[in-house]
Write a protein that binds this ligand. Structure first.
Ligand code: DC
Length: 214
């Protein structure tokens, strides 16, 4: 099986790029952030405190989580839309700090990558989940560009840019600062700064890397 690992901070363009690379190569796209979000959503629904490591880990190892055709399903329910709320976004960063939660989800991620060719997107894919992936990419973009992209995504106007910048940098801090598998660049990752670059350009660069290395 071949794997392409795509890591980077929130808003660097990972999802758009990873999905397009998967389409171009005929690989399965795996959005690991959606998995942490799904656990966070279930925790909120069940009244579990996202800071409670034990309860969160038990939840992560007991839910039935499926990624299928671009959709996310938990215990048979389609949660694709509801995992994108601001509440879930905030809680998912906290849920992702717990070693027990990560162990359960990483096991699922490795199982997927052993069954099919994947383009897997996240924060720790190149460093921890798939350290032997032949192609590792670390996507970045300036904070300003990331805030503008997020604003377009959620239909926010320019007056909300400062708040978006703050929310993005706060999440970066949580993702980079956690003890277990923090957001980090693998030493053998190719760094691509997407600031001012088109999606097509970045996708073509990654597809070329895969072609060269396989
Ligand atoms: O990529 P995203 O914004 O959907 O991710 C949601 C949260 O999950 C984010 O705060 C970081 C965390 N995450 C993680 O810790 N490890 C991953 N492999 C993917 C996401």
């Amino acid at each position: 099986m071949t794997a392409v690992a795509i890591d980077g901070p929130a808003g660097a363009g990972k999802s758009t790029v990873a999905r397009a690379v998967a389409d171009a190569l005929g690989f399965t796209y795996v959005d690991t952030g959606a998995m942490y979000r799904a656990i966070a959503l279930r925790a909120l629904e069940r009244g579990i405190d996202p800071a409670d490591a034990g309860a969160a880990a038990e939840l992560a190892s007991s839910v039935d989580l499926t990624l299928r055709d671009g959709g996310v399903y938990v215990d048979g329910r389609d949660v694709t839309g509801s995992i994108r709320s601001a509440d879930v976004t905030r809680s998912s960063a906290q849920i992702a700090t717990h070693a027990g939660v990560r162990a359960a989800l990483v096991e699922m991620q490795r199982r997927m990558a052993s069954a099919v060719d994947v383009v897997m997107e996240g924060r720790d894919i190149g460093t921890h989940v798939l350290p032997n992936a032949p192609v590792k990419v670390f996507l970045t973009a300036s904070l300003d560009e990331r805030a503008h992209r997020r604003a377009r995504e959620v239909g926010a106007d320019d007056g909300e840019l400062d708040a978006l910048r703050t929310a993005i940098s706060e999440r970066d801090e949580v993702d980079r600062g956690r003890v277990v598998s923090p957001l980090a660049q693998a030493p053998d990752a190719v760094v691509i700064d997407t600031t001012g670059r088109s999606v097509d350009e970045v996708v073509a660069e990654i597809v070329d890397l895969v072609t060269e290395r396989s």
